[in-house]
Design a binder for this molecule. Structure first.
Ligand code: HEC
Length: 194
């Protein structure tokens, strides 16, 4: 860095640090409590954004679907990016249970994490697909379509039966293969966090 550049940066830093301070004799006006624009969001607007689904299933909407319906939607809306069977890509692999016995992901970051070998909660699948997929039209799927896709992906990962119907009652009861590999972080943000 040249001296001239350094001097310019220092000068800017000085200007920045004095700006915002009241000069001698200047009268400071308190910020108004309201600026006179905007309005409170309506209940319907808040509902439209309030779509998160919790691990225990809180937030799951009414509706249902099974793998057979999900297969058709998957072929139309997902296969182009995730492959015909969820394994070919070009984007993230959605089907795969290996390695089944051990959980070596911490030791080998190159291992591919999938719904079947890594995700701890089935409900996250609903939340994720509903808010983020398909990548080119997020938020476009109806609850029955999302439930069907979730059922399809869980059955292809050999987690539920092909005929199982997924809805707000059945989905939270699905136990994922990796569920017990995770522990709840009970730290509260005190000195134990470094
Ligand atoms: C245009 C390409 C595209 C389409 C179409 C698409 N996806 Fe994806 N999907 C992606 C990409 C890219 C990612 C990775 C996003 C990231 O990591 O931020 C992803 C990630 C995912 C994941 C998370 C995978 C993981 O283990 O982290 C799931 C589940 C998923 N997609 C499901 C679907 C479903 C179901 C559909 C069809 C409704 C779909 N996707 C359609 C591109 C696509």
């Amino acid at each position: 860095m040249s001296l001239r550049t350094l001097a310019a940066i220092l000068a800017l830093a000085l200007v920045g640090s004095t700006c915002g301070r009241a000069e001698k004799g200047e009268v400071r006006v308190a910020a108004p409590t309201r600026y006179g624009f905007g309005r409170p969001a309506t209940a319907a607007e808040v509902r439209a954004w309030d779509i998160d689904v919790m691990p225990d299933g809180t937030g799951l909407p009414p509706g249902s679907g099974a793998a057979s319906q999900g297969a058709a939607i998957y072929a139309r809306k997902c296969a182009a990016c995730h492959g015909k069977t969820g394994t070919e890509g070009p984007f993230d692999r959605l089907v795969g249970r290996e390695p089944r016995e051990r959980f070596p992901f911490g030791r080998d970051p190159r291992l591919v994490k999938t719904i079947g070998n890594y995700w701890p909660y089935a409900t996250t699948l609903y939340d994720y697909i509903n808010r983020a997929m398909p990548l080119d039209a997020p938020g476009s799927l109806k609850p029955n379509e999302v439930y069907s896709l979730v059922a399809f992906l869980l059955s292809r990962n050999e987690i539920i039966a092909d005929t199982a119907v997924m809805n707000a009652a059945t989905l939270p009861r699905v136990v994922m293969p990796a569920h017990d590999r995770f522990v709840t972080d009970t730290r509260r943000g005190g000195p134990e966090i470094r």
